[in-house]
Every structure is written in C-alpha cells, then in structure tokens.
Ligand binder design. Structure first.
Ligand code: UD1
Length: 365
C-alpha cells in the first residue's frame, strides 16, 4: 500500500515550496502525494498560473475557503480540511511556510492524531505583531517533524523546548524551485517584453499589512518610487491587497502615470523570476524574495523592522530598510556600493531529496 502524503498549499509562495517535493515524491514507488489547495489565494494570477509554471497537476482537492479575517480564514480551513482528512486518512500531512492555512491544518491534524511535518520550520522574527510569527510558533509546537532551512531555525526550535530528534536541517526548498526552473526562467522574455535592459531596472513588491494597509507608509513609499524612477525604471507587480489600498488612498493613478514607473498585475513564477534574475536591486517586504536575492547575489532592501530570515542579512545580500531610508540606500546601490553575499549551506537545489529521505525514515518505508 502506498503512503498517502498530503501537501498543503494555500497562497502564492506556498506553491513554490510544494512543487519540488511533489515532483520528488512522484518518483517514489511507495508514495502517493496529494495536493490540497485551501483556496486562500484564488485569483488566476495568484494561484492557477503557478500550477502551470511549476508543472504541477491541478490540486487533487480544493477547499475554496477564500479571503476573510484571520479567524474566518483559519476557521474555514479547519472545518473544511477536517472533513477531508478523516475521509482520506493520509499517512503524513506536510504544511509549508507560515500562512493562516498552515496553522489551521497543523491544528486539525494534531487533534486527530495524524502525523504532520512542517517545511520551513524554526524561522522567527520575534515580532508577534506579525500574524505569520504566531502561525510559525504554533505550527512548530504541533508538528511531528520539523524541516529547517538554516542553523538559526534549529536554534530557535531548541530554545522553545522542541525535541532535537524532531528537527532535520534540510535546506531551502525555494531554491529547489528556482534551480528546477532556471532554464525556463533564463529563456523567458518578461524583461525583453517590458523593454528593459538586464541590470538596468529595480523590482518592487509590497504586500504586508503593516506597509500596504497604512496610508502614510503607502504615500511615502509612492513618493520614493517616483524619486527612484527618475534615475532608473521601476517595475512593480502589485499584490491585490496593495492595489486595493493604493486605489482607495488615491495613489494608484498618480504612481502609475509617473515616468519610469511600471505598475503590473501580479506575475506568475517564471516571468517574475526572469525579472528577479535581471534586475539591479529589489525592494520588498516578502519573505521568499529575501532568500532568492541572497541566492542570486542581488541587493535586496527589505521594508520591515525585522526578519525571520536573519541569514539573508548575516550571509546574504539583504538589508533591512526603513521607508525613509529607501532613497539614500538606492542612491548608494546606483553608485556601486553593493553588499556582496555568500550562499548559505544547503541552499543547493537538493532540499526535496533530503526531505524525501526524512519522510522515508519517519514512515519507515
Ligand atoms: C497572505 C499571507 C502572507 C503571505 C502572503 C503571500 C496570512 C496571514 N498571510 O497574505 O503571510 O506572505 O499571503 O502573498 O496567511 N486577494 C485577492 N485575490 C487572491 C488573494 C487575495 O484579491 O487571490 C486579496 C483579498 O482582498 C484579500 C487580500 O488580498 O482579502 C489579502 O489576502 P490574504 O490571503 O488574506 O492575505 P495576503 O496579504 O495575501
């Protein structure tokens, strides 16, 4: 009998985390991987395009829970997934990252006595104002297996009293996706279609509530982008949350009409990564981009007071940046003052292989 393994995906960055694992498990005769999409992200641009870019089949189950408050989202996933999991009886449930669906599923299976594993465990910003930090702490306290990307992850888990045997350092799964798709990323024409020259534009993303829901932050941010765009073109694929707010704060049109500023719809994985590969610098509040830029040795300014990925700062090309510092920091990058980084250990495209080995050991197959 094959072992049924549920891979839980919910939001845009989750798809890149389950893809390498789905492909690796599909090669194993003993494994039956099943993709469960909770439906937290549902727009074509935020979900479907990632499945085709990452060569994933349609989700085996879609819970279609959609948007809502934290409690609504978490509660809806719990109710819908509980119904499914008692019927499907998986041997292992894999949750990834730190979104509301990750926490919801971890909670459901812990109470049903079903085994779970957390991929990207141990990351901590030590800032509980971020909903993701609460999701990480609770998920890690419930999971049976904790797969960490870097030594700080192991250290955080041990200091929270988690048993060492549960912790396996496997590396960074996002780098597997990047390596798996690098041929298609390099030959993609996103950069060319936008009329951009390699190394001659800045790439922007912004979606955290602390930035994107705040009118003062968004106004200052827009002013900065217009300042930078006078010197170098700016490409900004806008997350739906941010777009809604830019429009309601009357900033969207002005920013979109500014010379050198290109506001785009959210992009799928391959064209977006083509822009990352070719840009001069990134300004972001995303977690994954801090890691991808470190791997690619591209300067990254992270618009947050802290990060749960400190290795991207100590080893990589990432720097934390306040909203009022953007202009000066970009000016420095344009003058050639660039942080040179190193790639952290085990960020090598082989994380899925290590995870499969860990699952085999855990399930004793
Ligand atoms: C969620 C995650 C965040 C992750 C991010 C990646 C939580 C608490 N937050 O944030 O950790 O970094 O995904 O993008 O789990 N919307 C759409 N279409 C969609 C999805 C969302 O229009 O397909 C809009 C809706 O107005 C929704 C809002 O975006 O209310 C926010 O979506 P939500 O999933 O709640 O949070 P994100 O900000 O995307």
């Amino acid at each position: 009998m094959k072992k049924i393994i549920h891979l839980i995906a919910a939001t845009r960055p989750n798809f890149m985390k389950i893809a390498p694992l789905f492909h690796a498990l599909s090669q194993e005769r003993w494994a039956l991987p099943r993709i469960i999409h909770t439906g937290q992200h549902y727009d074509y641009d935020m979900s479907d395009t990632f499945f085709s870019d990452l060569n994933l089949p349609k989700p085996h189950f879609n819970l279609r829970i959609g948007s809502g408050t934290h409690a609504e989202q978490t509660g809806k996933v719990m109710i819908a997934y509980e119904r499914l999991v008692v019927k499907e009886k998986p041997d292992l449930v894999v949750v990834v990252g730190d979104v509301n669906s990750t926490l919801a599923v971890a909670l459901v299976v812990a109470k049903l006595g079903i085994k779970s594993a957390h991929l990207e465990a141990g990351l901590r910003s030590f800032d509980r104002r971020m909903p993701e930090e609460i999701n990480r702490i609770v998920t890690d306290s419930l999971a049976d297996l904790l797969w960490t990307p870097s030594p700080d992850g192991d250290k955080n888990l041990i200091s929270e009293g988690i048993h060492r045997e549960k912790i396996k350092r496997v590396g960074n799964i996002m780098i597997d996706s990047l390596e798996m798709m690098s041929g298609r990323i390099k030959s993609d024409d996103a950069c060319v279609k936008l009329g951009l020259n390699s190394g001659r534009f800045g790439l922007i993303t912004l979606h955290r509530p602390a930035n994107a829901d705040n009118i003062d932050m968004l106004s200052t941010f827009s002013e900065s982008l217009m300042y930078i765009a006078e010197k170098i073109p700016i490409i900004f694929p806008v997350h739906p949350r941010t777009k809604k707010n830019l429009i309601s704060f009357n900033l969207y049109k002005r920013l979109g009409n500014a010379p050198g500023v290109h506001l785009l719809r959210p992009l799928s994985y391959i064209p977006f990564m083509n822009l990352v590969f070719n840009c001069k610098f990134v300004i972001t509040d995303s977690g994954g981009l801090q890691e991808e830029t470190t791997y690619l040795n591209i300067p990254c300014l992270t618009l947050r007071p802290n990060t749960e990925r400190p290795i991207t700062i100590t080893k990589g090309t990432n720097s934390l940046c306040q909203i009022t510092e953007i202009n000066n920091k970009v000016d420095e990058i344009l003058k050639g003052k660039i942080k040179i980084g190193k790639i952290p250990k085990l960020w090598d495209g082989l994380t899925a292989v290590r995870v499969v080995k860990s699952i085999r050991d855990f399930l004793a197959v």
